[in-house]
Design a protein around this ligand. Structure first.
Ligand SMILES: Cc1cc2nc3c(=O)[nH]c(=O)nc-3n(C[C@H](O)[C@H](O)[C@H](O)COP(=O)(O)OP(=O)(O)OC[C@H]3O[C@@H](n4cnc5c(N)ncnc54)[C@H](O)[C@@H]3O)c2cc1C
Length: 449
């Protein structure tokens, strides 16, 4: 803490107008929150969805994270279904999503050359060619449009431009939330609250236990005017030259995953999920300013280098960085159960599993804070060790988590119970009935104890 942060001012408490009241209040309109809101509304609840920005989708759209993955198990079955499948189908119908047909999902050089630059490879496997898997490359604006349609059609009361600031806690329950808006503070009351802020804002404000995690941050960006056919032809016809150049590019960038550029549904526009920037706190304004500056400097260095050196990128131009800094991990709930790295790696199955991704299973208890009856979390801040979350935080599993949370609040409201006493088998059955896979039936390779 620097010296200025030690100085405090007192905030006068004022009357805050209540602008909405509903069965369920969801905070955060990212992949988890929008799924939670739609799911709760489809199960008969009145729902208010609060989002700080002007759009839905969180990291998937504003953060321009443009490949949905962790969607299949070892047996090549799609295991993240329900609202996420609807979203993919709707984006594809608007030319906003690309994914391999089932017959292309094999390990062969032919398929690798066809699909790897779409990001549809199993990057958990090291053998080459890596198998092609069901993963979805999508357009960020398609994600925003379709999310808005899903939310609107399900009758959710959407309140954008509303920045959650504090939880209203009364007798061990969260009675509602206060948001900061251009019109001043506004309160929204609810019987059940879903925290899908990604940074655990509501649960923390309500006094829940958490740990502060951290991971690399990224100013994701897109380049346009790329001749992707030429770039791929160079990669395959001059493999040694390509490898040497790619190493140099990585040095210029200062950190990137295996493939630093991927195709997108828009021809000539590529997605760059880089650079890797360690050591930043994704919740600190000072850190985020420094990361924004560093990320933009690095992407312009990369642009200059690839224009001069990489076939296919001669005319490349900067289309722009994502609106939101790519923050992967901040606060993590330490709730009724804390998922461990061993749980994820060993594919441990739990009797109260309500959602899954790839071959990991999430118990209902990992969505519940201790000591609060009517608050549930969904998304990347769920109750897990830092190392476990790094392996289990992709967009589709977060969406299924949100869908499960939406069903859970409806079951608890119907049964007039606290969330921790909600009938888990009913939650699982309802999720199946609405097309989601709650992970209650373990795959062949699960560790069932
Ligand atoms: C650079 C990067 C690359 C990634 N790569 C992939 C990938 O290739 N594939 C993949 O599937 N996943 C990937 N991920 C992970 C994935 O994007 C996230 O884990 C996922 O988006 C989490 O969803 P969420 O809804 O939990 O949180 P978020 O997407 O963070 O959404 C949280 C929402 O809450 C809102 N919010 C936050 N605080 C408040 C507040 N106080 N008031 C109101 N609203 C608030 C935010 O604006 C946002 O809309 C990547 C992540 C990053 C950062």
């Amino acid at each position: 803490m620097n010296s200025i942060e030690k100085i405090t001012v007192s905030e006068s408490s004022r009357e805050v107008p209540v602008v909405a009241e509903s069965d369920v209040v969801v905070v955060g309109g990212g992949p988890a929150g929008l799924s939670a809101a739609v799911s709760a509304a489809r199960n008969g609840c009145s729902v208010t969805l609060v989002e700080r920005y002007h759009h839905l989708g969180g990291m998937a759209s504003g953060g321009m994270v443009l490949v949905l993955d962790d969607m299949i198990n070892e047996g090549n079955e799609i295991v993240t279904t329900g609202i996420v499948s609807e979203l993919v189908d709707r984006m594809a119908a608007q030319d906003g999503a690309v994914f391999p047909p089932h017959e292309d999902c094999i390990a062969s050089w032919e398929m690798w050359k066809k699909w790897s630059r779409w990001g549809c490879i199993d990057f958990h496997k090291s053998q080459m060619p890596q198998p092609i898997v069901h993963a979805v490359s999508f357009d960020p604006d398609a994600f925003k449009r379709v999310s808005l349609d899903l939310v609107r059609e399900s009758g959710v009361n959407l309140r954008l431009h509303s920045w959650f600031s504090e939880a209203i806690v009364e007798d061990g329950r969260v009675a509602g939330v206060v948001c900061q808006t251009k019109l001043g503070k506004q309160a929204i009351k609810g019987k059940m609250i879903i925290d899908a802020s990604g940074d655990l804002d509501v649960a923390t404000s309500a006094g829940s236990s958490f740990l502060t995690g951290q991971f690399i941050v990224t100013t994701v960006f897109r380049l346009c005017d790329i001749d992707t056919d030429k770039a791929e032809a160079f990669e395959y016809s001059h493999p040694e030259e390509f490898k040497a150049l790619d190493r140099q590019i990585r040095r210029v960038l200062g950190g990137a995953w295996g493939m630093w550029w991927l195709k997108t549904p828009l021809p000539g526009i590529v997605w760059c999920n880089c650079p890797h920037m360690p050591g930043y706190d994704g919740m600190s304004p000072e850190h985020m300013v420094a990361a924004e500056i560093e990320g933009r400097d690095r992407m312009m260095k990369l642009l200059k280098f690839v224009r001069e050196n990489l076939p296919g990128f001669e005319n490349a131009k900067m289309l722009g960085a994502a609106e939101q800094m790519g923050v992967r991990q901040t606060r993590l709930l330490q709730g009724e159960y804390v998922v461990t790295k061993d749980d994820v790696m060993s594919r441990r199955h739990f009797a109260d599993t309500v959602c899954r991704g790839r071959d990991y299973y999430t118990p209902y208890r990992a969505l519940l804070p201790k000591g609060l009856d009517n608050l549930i979390v969904a998304g990347r801040h769920y109750s897990a060790e830092s190392s476990a979350q790094k392996l289990s935080r992709e967009i589709p599993p977060c969406m299924v988590q949100g869908e499960a949370a939406g069903v859970a609040v409806s079951v608890a409201l119907e049964g007039n119970t606290a969330l921790r006493d909600a009938d888990v088998s009913k939650i699982q059955q309802r999720l199946r009935a609405q097309g989601a896979d709650p992970g209650d039936i373990p795959s062949f390779n699960a560790l069932v104890e």
